[in-house]
Structure formats: C-alpha cells, structure tokens
Design a protein. Structure first.
Length: 209
C-alpha cells in the first residue's frame, strides 16, 4: 500500500468515526428535545387549568381568593403577567422543539430552485430524488465496478458536510427550545411565589382583628 493510500485509509477511518458520532449526537438531541416537548405540552395549559380550578371552587372559597387578589392588586397583576409570559415562552419553546425534531434531508432535496443543484447522490445517505433518477442509478451502479479509496473519501466528505448542516440546525433549535423553556419555568416560578405572598397576606389580614 502506497503512502497516499495509507493516508486515505486513516482519513476514511476518521471520517467514519465522525459520521457515527454525528449520527449518535443527532439521536441524543432528538431524545432530549422529545422529553422537553412532552414537558412543554404539560406546562402550556397549566395557567388555564389553574383558572378552571379556581372557577370550580365553592362560592365562599373563590370569593375569599378574589377579595385577597383585589386587596393586593399589584401582586395579582404580577401573577397574571408572569403566567401569560410563561404560556408565551412555552409556546415558543414548543415551536422550536418541533423544528428541532422535524426530519431533515440533504441540502438541495425538496428545496427551492437556488439550492436544487446542490443535491447529489451519496451511498451514505442513499436518498432517491425522482427527478434525478438517472443520476442516482448511475451512481449506485459504481458499486458493481468497484470503488477506490479516493471515491470512499469523497463520499464521506460529501456526507459529513450534510450531517454538519443538520447537526448545526438541530443544535440551534435545541438551544432555543431549552432557552424558552427555562424562561417559561422562571415565569411560572415567579407567579407561584407571588401567589404565595398574596396567600400569606390574606391569612395575615384574616388573623388581624
């Protein structure tokens, strides 16, 4: 084996490792975001569920709560504001999570005209494009003729570029999803803390003669 072939073999081994790592990382990202989306679906309607619970209370209990809120109108406004803010952030996080989980094809597949020419067949991502059927079949038939190390290196080179773009898009969407989720949790936390203060003040007023 020549020196060039030895270098190509090492390059292919490195590319194979990177290819497997990228696929594993994509799978891990999808798992994390899937769990986050499930949590977001529970958090999003939480304020509405709380309002429904308040409406369903007995008349005397609900009256006491509304009296306490009217006495602490500013704190009540803070609670309402942060509950709405939390719902908005939860919705934004849900959209980014769905964007992260959306399947992505190679560059140029199913895109608009400026990017259609960027697609080319690849053994590592054997996605068939109907309007390029002849090009796809000709590429696949190269296996019957046998391929050299340079061909394999080129295949990995092309596919790693595709995976890099997909991984970047998923990383950005995942980071945005968890950022909005953290703001949502912080908003709900502030709302709960403020509501607790209102409750303590109501108890204090009730105990004061």
């Amino acid at each position: 084996m020549s020196e060039l072939e030895e270098k190509l073999v090492r390059s292919i081994e490195l590319a194979k490792t990177g290819f497997e790592n990228a696929q594993a990382r994509i799978g891990a990202i999808d798992t994390k975001v899937g769990v986050a989306v499930g949590l977001i679906i529970v958090l999003l309607p939480a304020p509405l569920a709380m309002v429904g619970w308040l409406i369903g209370l007995e008349k005397s209990a609900s009256s006491n709560i509304f009296i306490a809120c009217s006495r602490c109108w500013f704190l009540s406004f803070v609670v309402g504001f942060f509950l709405l803010c939390g719902m908005f952030c939860a919705f934004a996080a849900l959209l980014r999570g769905i964007s992260c989980l959306t399947p992505r094809g190679p560059k140029g597949y199913g895109k608009c005209l400026p990017f259609q020419e960027d697609w080319r067949p690849n053994f590592l991502f054997p996605l068939h494009k109907p309007d390029r059927a002849k090009q796809f079949c000709e590429h696949i038939r190269k296996l019957q003729e046998g391929v050299d190390l340079q061909f394999v290196a080129n295949e990995y080179d092309h596919q790693l570029q595709q995976l890099g773009c997909i991984l970047h898009a998923k990383f950005v969407a995942m980071n945005n999803c968890f950022w909005w989720l953290s703001i949502c949790l912080a908003s709900y936390g502030i709302a709960v803390l403020t509501a607790t203060i209102i409750g303590l003040l109501a108890i204090f007023h009730a105990a004061t003669p």
